[in-house]
Design a protein around this ligand. Structure first.
Ligand code: GDD
Ligand code: MN
Length: 363
């Protein structure tokens, strides 16, 4: 049996035409189609519900209070009964006519993954703007570099259209991290070059209705995952993200101290506490948007979280001021090195304490 998993969020006008086309294409197979919808406000689930009355092989998982593309795919795949598992977008951008070709290839002995690639010579890329197409190509190059050399012949590690041999991939599927869009990339990364992966060309069409859900947070999440792969998946993703955000804080701090001391001629000792508090504040808001996005605080909780964060951070802030001032006073007159020393020492504390106390995460 073939299980086709389709994630949807606000695809009310796209999903039914896609289901009809797909059903015609796979009609000779033993198949099931599993749509995983995150309770789309546009009524996608309700449309599918109606459609299912006459199409018993279509199943629907409506998730309430959970969201995200990778997470929806994972849930659909774990639910699926088929020997072969095929994933494609619910907006019709992946031309369903390639499905048969993918099924044919996955049935070949030992092939664990067949990717529908947007970047083979015979692929067609109609649905990406120039900017996104360039971004996607660059992201693919970096992604490729972070994966095993065995996968160096692949052209699309980020495709949303792929087919899996369930037996060969089911253990890895369970381990996939569910943030963002990068399900296939994660699977390739986890498999460490041990699987046979093939590609077939795909036509990536233009979206008919609605908008893409890919945003800056998803791009950020993807780059964190690449760094995670480069560290051989040892350093936790959140620690990497927290570190990078902290890195932006360094610039905020250095910029403010130099502005205050050089332009406003304020003493370094007086400028430093203010600069550190500004950096901590900016770190807090950026971390809330990216590092802890899945536990993101809003409205009143955001305000309370901010005070909690200041509380958690005040210890290192005081330590930071103390260390930096001491460094500055006793070792060298170099304000830059003094500040870096303070920053590095408090990073670990800040990460551990704020992830458990402010955003309630266990790592
Ligand atoms: N259930 C669920 N939950 N589905 C989602 C979510 C979500 O949070 N976010 C997106 N989807 C569904 C969309 O409804 C659509 O069917 C599919 O996932 C792809 O989402 P799009 O928003 O259309 O993505 P895209 O076209 O910009 O991105 C495509 O290219 C990326 C690589 O550049 C997709 O193929 C991605 O999978 C791919 O990574
Ligand atoms: Mn799309």
């Amino acid at each position: 049996m073939i299980s086709i998993v389709i994630p949807t969020f606000n695809e009310v006008k796209n999903i039914i035409p896609l289901l009809k086309t797909l059903i015609n294409i796979v009609t000779d197979f033993d198949y099931e189609i599993i749509v995983v919808d995150d309770d789309s406000p546009d009524g996608t689930s309700q449309e599918i519900d109606k459609f299912m009355k006459d199409n018993k092989k279509v199943k629907l998982i409506t998730r309430v209070g959970r969201s995200g593309l990778s997470s929806a795919i994972k849930e659909g795949l774990i639910f699926a009964q088929g020997k072969y598992l095929l994933v494609l977008d619910g907006d019709g951008q992946h031309d369903p006519n390639f499905v048969l070709n993918m099924i044919k290839r996955i049935k070949k002995n030992k092939v664990a993954i067949v990717i529908g690639s947007r970047f083979l010579n015979s692929s067609r890329l109609e649905g990406l703007s120039k900017k996104r197409s360039l971004g996607s190509k660059i992201a693919n190059k970096i992604a490729g570099a972070s994966l095993s050399n065995n996968y160096s012949n692949l052209t699309d590690h980020l495709s949303g259209c792929f087919c899996l041999n369930k037996e060969m991939t089911k253990n890895l599927i369970r381990k996939i991290e569910i943030n963002g869009f990068k399900f296939l990339y994660e699977l390739l990364s986890l498999s460490k070059g041990k699987l046979i992966v093939e590609e077939v060309p795909l036509i990536f069409k233009e979206r008919r209705y609605g908008n893409s859900k890919l945003d800056l947070a998803i791009v950020w999440d993807f780059f964190i995952s690449i760094l995670h792969s480069f560290t051989l998946r040892v350093i936790p993703r959140r620690a990497i993200s927290f570190g990078l955000v902290g890195f932006t804080g360094i610039f905020v701090q250095l910029f403010i101290t130099s502005f205050l001391t050089r332009i406003l001629l304020i003493e370094f000792y007086d400028a430093l506490p203010f600069a550190i508090i500004c950096a901590a504040t900016s770190n807090f808001f950026i971390n809330n948007q990216v590092t802890f996005r899945s536990n993101r605080l809003i409205k009143l909780a955001l305000l309370i979280g901010f005070f909690k964060f200041l509380l958690v951070a005040s210890l290192p802030i005081i330590a930071n001021i103390g260390i930096t001032t001491a460094f500055y006073k006793y070792t060298s007159a170099d304000t830059f090195i003094a500040q870096i020393a303070g920053i590095v020492i408090v990073y670990a504390w800040n990460y551990l304490a704020s992830s458990s106390f402010v955003w309630n995460k266990s790592n």
